[in-house]
Design a protein around this ligand. Structure first.
Ligand SMILES: NC(=O)c1ccc[n+]([C@@H]2O[C@H](COP(=O)([O-])OP(=O)(O)OC[C@H]3O[C@@H](n4cnc5c(N)ncnc54)[C@H](O)[C@@H]3O)[C@@H](O)[C@H]2O)c1
Length: 294
């Protein structure tokens, strides 16, 4: 779709990282932006920054895992601006699960699913019917990850399962929009192609009491900096993609109507081929990598 000045973009998880970069990019293109995030302090700081840069915006404290909270966000967005053209279901968390799958706490699964899967579904339900009814061009971008969206990192498997669900949900959404001849498109985003310096490694900062861990972690949470040091000490080079590059890639992808917002990467292509080959050969998934959180 064409992106024009005066259109409206809603971004969840907009207080930090990729979400903030997307909101900033939309604002720089002249769109009005609705920033939604559960972390109130960070949200207001982000909103102040964007306003100082000239953005027209609405900032709302929203918990995407709570259906009513997302429905209220949609009401607020339409009350403020009268339309929504772009919806980025981007809020997401790492699960904090440790060890083998049979050792995981059910609350690690419940929390990650509540935000990463139900959060996307709530966004679709709250916004898409009104976007279709408006008859105006629109676009939905759901944030997945190479971890799960392409193939799981078995050491971050809960997260991977949620991100695989986001791909399947977005493929289905695409088919449903097409079946309706809706003027609304859909894309699934794989941020990258490299690692990103965002708050994802500190996701536990936003973990609500209702999904609290039932037992203390065996090992402390590892920060991105600690992981980076460990990788370098193990002789593995770590590359980073700036969040601004991801945001520019999303804007280009919306303009071009691209479904797979999957940046060019030999590594991703090898994973896709290995997985497809394994399925076509009916052979075991021995291509899976085991390095990231070990
Ligand atoms: N950082 C990476 O390497 C990477 C890679 C692939 C995919 N992703 C995905 O990108 C998206 C953005 O993550 P990021 O890396 O920018 O991390 P981030 O932590 O910097 O940003 C995520 C934002 O989501 C918000 N959030 C968390 N729970 C929420 C909830 N219940 N309701 C509303 N907002 C909530 C957080 O407060 C935060 O502002 C996520 O979906 C993440 O899974 C990140």
């Amino acid at each position: 779709m064409e992106l024009r000045e005066g259109q409206v973009a809603v971004v969840t998880g907009a207080a930090s990282g990729i979400g903030l970069a997307m909101a900033r990019r939309f604002a720089a293109q002249g769109l009005k932006v609705v920033l939604a995030d559960v972390e109130e302090g960070a949200l207001h700081k982000a909103a102040d920054e964007l306003v100082a840069e000239g953005a027209t915006l609405l900032a709302r404290t929203v918990d995407v895992s709570d259906r009513d909270s997302v429905l209220a966000l949609a009401d607020a967005a339409y009350d403020a601006f009268g339309a929504v053209h772009v919806l980025c279901n981007n809020a997401g968390v790492g699960s904090g699960a440790e060890g083998r799958m049979w050792e995981h706490e059910p609350n690690d699964w419940a929390w990650a699913f509540a935000v990463n899967v139900w959060g996307v579904f709530h966004g679709i339900q709250a916004f898409v019917p009104r976007m279709i009814a408006s008859g105006e061009p629109g676009h939905v971008v759901n944030t997945s990850s190479g971890d799960g969206g392409i193939a799981p990192l078995p050491t971050a498997s809960v997260y991977a399962v949620t991100k695989a669900a986001v791909v399947t949900m977005t493929e289905s959404l695409y088919a449903h929009l097409k079946a309706e001849n809706a003027p609304v498109g859909a894309s699934v985003l794989f941020p990258g192609p490299h690692m990103l310096r965002t708050g994802l490694w500190e996701s536990h900062r936003n973990r609500p009491e209702r999904y609290a861990k039932e037992r203390p972690r065996r090992t402390p949470y590892r920060s991105l900096g600690q992981w980076e040091t460990a990788m370098r000490e193990a002789g593995r080079e770590v590359e980073f993609t700036p969040v601004e590059e991801v945001a520019a890639f999303v804007v280009d992808g919306i303009r071009a109507g691209r479904f797979w917002l999957l940046p060019a990467s030999d590594h991703s292509d090898r994973q896709i081929l290995a997985r497809s080959r394994s399925m076509l050969d009916r052979s075991a998934p021995d291509y899976l990598e085991n390095f990231i959180l070990d």
